[in-house]
Design a protein around this ligand. Structure first.
Ligand code: ARG
Length: 461
């Protein structure tokens, strides 16, 4: 049984089932680096406020730095029997430094420690995720440049609608992803990293001390060189004094906002996957997914299945579930911290992890897609794709829009029932539908390039 951060008022040992049930180290170990950093700040603050000597703060920050380095190298020895990662790090300090480590928990609680570490984790993971989103945007860019001249049928309700450029279709996914980057940036910028909440009521240390916090960590450090690497991180994630300690320990809005933004990304990636799944069917045959990104069947030897895309589509459900689980967990909680809130971490970590795996695998898959130009061109022979252009033609010749719409509707109906292509109809036949339907005028409208180039609502680079 690992040492706890509490226990003085207890006579009995904790039941092993309780230890097992309440533990969070199996997932919050991800916060180790951020927790160590928070403790360095805290040691500096305690030194400024006279609760530690600078020498004591120095030995604590140096040991914490060692822990942070071990975490980064993946060699930090976690103790799976600890209640959580905060306990684990505290126990390590006590075992290496002895009594001085016992002073570190003055004026703090895991309630604020956990928020501090989770916020930092979120900010740093968002920064990494933005890089991955931009990589996928670049993969799409490569694909659309390679296939710049392809025009395809555009769909609404999954029915042939009007011709569109493939580059604009794919560009839509770029737009979505760039919006995602902006959304994440906005959320991240709004996350205030605060200290000084204590368990809920604040601490006896004045907020001015906390506002000088960034300097403290340097003042306390014995080995200055080591701290230069942390410098940028500290500057970027300005730490402030809390302005409402109760809010600081009970707020999980930032978790909900992030999981929500991640769910939106997963929904975008799922839509992209769904398009590619449909396009790669024998029936559509628009695109070929590279074998390296497909899997086979144990029974049917001919199969080459888009399992990657199906999993991306499936995981979108998991992300939505993660969001709903945190929203539901929070909705009935009285202020301030309640242990329920420990359960925000698995959904948060899981959502981050899934989205970053998806971004990585999709970037590779997208770059190796091969479009079937001939097949796509075949589909453009469908005259219904140009029906709206015929309507516009009539309008340009003075026919009111609604009347033109009805006329072309009737023309299409006749074409379907007679099995005759509009292009092949005689000039006289066309005139039966409208005086303004002149054969030479409309024949050139059944051209995909003509159709897309006559629309001006997409800004291209
Ligand atoms: N591991 C907990 C969490 O993630 C922090 C523990 C706070 N415990 C407490 N009894 N106040 O929320």
């Amino acid at each position: 049984m690992a040492k706890k951060l509490w226990g003085g008022r207890f006579d009995k040992e904790t039941d092993p089932s309780v230890e097992k049930f309440t533990r969070s180290i199996q997932f919050d170990h991800k916060l180790a680096w951020f927790d160590a950093l928070g403790s360095m700040f805290h040691a500096g603050i305690l030194a400024r406020s006279g609760y530690l000597t600078w020498a004591e703060a120095g030995s604590l920050t140096d040991e914490l730095m060692k822990i942070a380095e071990e975490v980064q190298k993946g060699v930090f020895k976690e103790d799976p029997n600890c209640e959580d990662i905060h306990t684990n790090i505290q126990n390590r300090l006590e075992s290496t430094l002895g009594d001085v480590a016992l002073k570190l928990h003055m004026a703090r609680s895991r309630n604020d420690q956990v928020v501090f570490a989770t916020k930092l984790y979120c900010k740093s993971t968002i920064t990494n995720l933005q890089v991955n989103i931009n990589k996928l945007v670049s993969s799409i860019e490569k694909l659309l440049v390679e296939n710049e001249d392809i025009i395809m049928p555009g769909f609404t309700h999954m029915q042939h609608a009007q011709p569109v450029y493939l580059k604009d279709y794919l560009g839509t996914y770029q737009k979505m992803l760039l919006r995602d980057v902006e959304r994440l940036k906005y959320i991240s910028n709004n996350i205030k990293i605060t200290m000084g909440a204590g368990a809920l009521a604040g601490t006896p240390i004045s907020s001015e001390e906390y506002s000088k916090i960034a300097n403290c960590i340097f003042d306390a450090a014995q080995n200055e060189e080591k701290w230069t690497a942390l410098n940028d991180f500290i500057k970027e994630n300005k730490v402030e004094s809390t302005t409402n300690s109760l809010d600081a320990v009970s707020d999980r809005d930032f978790v909900i906002e992030i999981i929500s933004a991640l769910s939106i990304i997963a929904m975008h990636l799922s839509r992209l996957s769904e398009d590619l799944i449909i396009w790669s069917t024998q029936e559509f045959d628009f695109v070929e997914i590279d074998e390296a990104f497909c899997t086979g069947s144990s029974l049917m030897p001919q199969k080459k299945n888009p399992d990657v895309l199906e999993l991306v589509r499936g995981y979108a459900g998991r992300l939505n579930g993660n969001l709903v689980s945190v929203l539901t967990m929070m909705k009935g909680l009285p202020l301030t911290y309640n242990r329920d809130m420990q359960l925000d971490k698995e959904p948060l970590f899981n959502s981050f992890e899934i989205v970053s795996l998806e971004l990585e695998v999709l970037a590779g898959l997208i770059e190796t897609l091969k479009f079937n130009k001939l097949k796509i061109k075949e589909y453009l022979k469908d005259e219904s794709l140009y029906a709206t252009d015929l309507v516009y033609h009539l309008v340009k010749n003075g026919v009111p829009f609604k009347q033109a719409h009805t006329t072309i509707g009737e023309l299409i109906k006749y074409s379907i029932s007679s099995g005759q292509k509009i292009k092949d109809m005689s000039a006289e036949k066309l005139k039966e539908f409208s005086e303004c339907l002149n054969k030479e005028g409309i024949v050139k409208l059944f051209d995909a390039k003509e159709s897309v180039e006559s629309k001006f609502s997409i800004k291209r680079k």
